[in-house]
Design a protein around this ligand. Structure first.
Ligand code: ZN
Length: 203
């Protein structure tokens, strides 16, 4: 499996990092080794002094496909949850300034934390999903799928014209405003609506 991530998909977040709103999805990937397995502790990486959380809606791909048209894209995923795209922000800035790839800052081991999936059943309103992240019980990020520049179908269609999608792949769909630092001892809890799907601690 692979993890595909979309960057700058919420205008307010693009702005907070000083980036323009992109004309097409900004896409990067994380390898399988980036997936934080449940019940595995997450340790603060030694190569950063500025670890950021980015809470995002995550889709679970349920059908193999390539060159998927937007009108068919809804058939290619069947689950959704919240995840955290952990980012070594200091390293990312350094690499970006030099024009270098940012994998070291984004795709390191355990940098993709994923919550418990909710099955997408007929009638599930994908256009109005509220999600939140709490750090030490304090609300730090709040988003709604209706704020995305590129919706789920846009993303799947775009991504699949470059990369085949396979059953079990995950798509991180971008983070809303409010990204920030976390330190050792912080507890992070991610919700869709009122349901807690992700709970973890930085060790
Ligand atoms: Zn992200």
């Amino acid at each position: 499996m692979k993890i595909i991530c979309v960057g700058r998909n919420y205008a307010a977040h693009a702005k907070e990092l000083g980036n323009d709103i992109p004309a097409e999805p900004v896409v990067f990937m994380k390898p399988k080794s980036a997936l934080l397995q449940s019940h595995t502790p997450f340790y603060y990486p030694e190569f950063t002094n500025e670890l950021h959380y980015e809470c995002e809606l995550v889709l679970r791909i349920s059908k193999n496909g390539k060159y998927i048209q937007e009108r068919h894209a809804a058939n290619y995923y069947n689950g959704i949850t919240v995840g955290i795209d952990f980012t070594a922000r200091d390293l990312q800035k350094e690499l970006s300034e030099k024009g270098l790839p940012w994998e070291k800052a984004k795709a390191f081991d355990n940098s993709a934390a994923v919550g418990k999936f909710i099955d997408i059943v007929p009638g599930f309103n994908k256009k109005n999903i509220n999600f939140t992240l709490y750090k030490n019980k304090e609300l730090v990020q709040q988003g709604n799928s209706n704020q995305m520049t590129f919706n789920f179908e846009n993303i799947i269609s775009h991504v699949s014209s470059y990369f085949s999608l396979n059953i079990g792949d995950l798509i991180f769909t971008g983070t809303p405003a409010g990204v920030g630092e976390c330190v050792v001892g912080d507890e992070l809890e991610g919700f869709i609506e009122n349901e807690m799907l992700l709970k973890m601690e930085v060790k």
